[in-house]
Write a protein that binds this ligand. Structure first.
Ligand code: C2O
Ligand code: CU
Ligand code: CU
Length: 483
């Protein structure tokens, strides 16, 4: 476990640098404001690019650049010189035309995480590889009736995903078009983590950390360290939060404020439920309503123990991350008039009324390779590492299937399927009463999760994998082909 004292020391170190820079440009004279609290800077959101007349055309250039992150100049990977990349906003029925330009030193590609779009050709095809110096024209046709919500994009070249995402390549996608909710404002919060060395470069991951899944020492919101949010009492904000961390689970809490969950991933709950905390595995998104109450509240990620790596005779390596303050909300000023109630939304599809046409079991394992495989750790699904030429699951188009995902490892693995959302029916041995839709489901250490999937609308080959991206790179991924 990373000593908390050290992490805090590192954060304070970075804040010290930010303070010097602000002082140096005459912050007090030019703004005439009181000095900011620790962390200080107001939250900045990534620029939004919206579709027009059914089309959103974007060029995304992936390159190493000097960017301000965590309040300092750093050399990181970026889309269009920004961390996070721009937020892409579209409507069901729209087309996203994205030209991906690779100015990295290694191959890359683009994945639109959670979108229900074709996995073929130049759509959400994880088998595309764009060489350094090349570009590729993607086109994602978003079906009418696509669930509104927040999705995200990131590269997906097998073996390099963790380095590229950790390095700074991620951005949000919003599919608009849900019923309007009475809110004062909306915010996009892209949470990621990162470790920088003294020269402001991304620290390479030590092997042991990659086995567990690397966690950065700095936890960032929109590339900022502990940014400042402000509101007036009674204001209602909609927060769209993505966990873009490579491996870190976020157990978010905002004590002192009223927080309601509208849904996660493509899930749209009929009515908001009040929550004390929300657990986001890597890749998950949360759609939250925050009703502001006077005072100052820290948005924190609490302790989460995601288990340990079984190192056999070498002993174990465990990870418990948090708690860390990642943003500060200050609620002050005069109270606003109460907002209208949030209307109920239509209830969601429920796949439990029909009998599945097929049941499958997938088994996740992580452990020492055994004599034949040498001393390395192996990360497998059904005993096999990823092979892009092998089809692991053949599915009939239109089938309704039930998948039981078993985790035989002593650590959690967040299971993700591309293209088709999963309805979680059983988690931690508990059968769920209400429909719950996810594209990443946590499968706890030694536990299992049961999901149903309707393989509708598209055919083709795509992947499912652990969303601890170091594990995906190590082989914990398989291929599903729908024909
Ligand atoms: Cu966000 Cu295949 O992953
Ligand atoms: Cu994905
Ligand atoms: Cu994993």
């Amino acid at each position: 476990m990373e000593p908390i004292g050290r992490r805090q020391a590192l954060q304070l170190g970075a804040l010290g640098v930010a303070g010097v820079v602000i002082g140096g440009v005459g912050f007090f004279q030019t703004r005439g404001l009181a000095p900011p609290a620790a962390g200080g800077a107001a939250l900045v959101e990534p620029p939004m690019l919206r579709s027009r007349e059914g089309i959103l055309r974007v060029e995304l250039e992936a390159a190493e650049r000097q960017v301000t992150v965590a309040g300092q100049r750093a050399t990181v990977l970026s889309f269009n010189g920004q961390v996070p990349g721009p937020t892409l906003v579209a409507l069901p029925g729209d087309r996203l035309k994205v030209t991906m330009v690779n100015r990295l030193g290694s191959p890359t590609n683009l994945h639109v995480h959670g979108l229900h779009v074709s996995p073929q050709a130049n759509s959400d095809n994880p088998f595309v590889s764009i060489d350094p110096g090349e570009k590729f024209d993607y086109e994602f046709a978003i079906p009418l009736g696509h669930p509104p919500g927040m999705y995200w994009y990131h590269p997906h070249p097998h073996g390099l995903v963790a380095d590229q995402v950790f390095g700074g390549l991620y951005g949000a996608i919003i599919i608009d078009g849900g019923p309007d909710l009475p809110t004062t404002r909306e915010r996009v919060l892209v949470i990621s983590d990162l470790t920088l060395d003294d020269a402001g470069r991304v620290t390479p991951v030590p092997t042991g950390a990659a086995m567990m899944g690397r966690e950065g020492e700095l936890v960032l919101v929109n590339g900022q360290l502990n940014p400042e949010l402000s509101a007036q009492p009674g204001e209602r904000e909609r927060w769209r939060v993505v966990n873009a961390c490579t491996s870190r689970y976020l157990r978010l809490a905002l004590p002192g404020q009223q927080v309601q969950l509208l849904g996660m991933d493509s899930d749209v709950q009929a009515h908001p439920t009040e929550v004390d905390e929300v657990l986001l595995a890597p890749g998950n998104r949360a759609d939250l309503l925050v009703t502001a109450r006077e005072g100052t509240s820290a948005l924190r990620t609490l302790d989460y123990d995601r288990g340990s790596v079984d190192m056999g005779m070498m002993g174990g390596r465990s990870s418990a991350s948090g708690p860390v303050t990642i943003a500060t909300l200050t609620v002050a000023g005069s109270a606003v008039a109460p907002l209208p109630l949030v209307p109920d939304r239509p209830s969601q599809a429920d796949l439990r009324a029909q009998e599945p046409s097929r049941r499958r079991e997938l088994t996740l394992r992580a452990g020492m390779g055994g004599m034949g495989a040498g001393m390395g750790m192996r990360f497998t699904i059904d005993g096999k590492e990823f092979d892009h030429e092998r089809v692991d699951q053949e599915v009939h188009a239109g089938a309704l299937e039930e998948w039981t995902i078993r985790n035989l490892a002593p650590m959690d693995h967040p299971f993700h399927l591309h293209v088709w959302p999963m309805q979680v029916v059983k988690q931690d041995g508990v059968t769920l009463a209400e429909p719950m839709w996810r594209d990443v489901v946590n499968v706890p250490a030694g536990g299992q999760t049961v999901v149903r999937i309707a393989f509708d609308d598209f055919t083709g080959r795509t992947v499912y994998h652990c969303h601890i991206l170091d594990h995906e790179d190590a082989g914990m991924m398989g291929v599903v082909e729908v024909t």
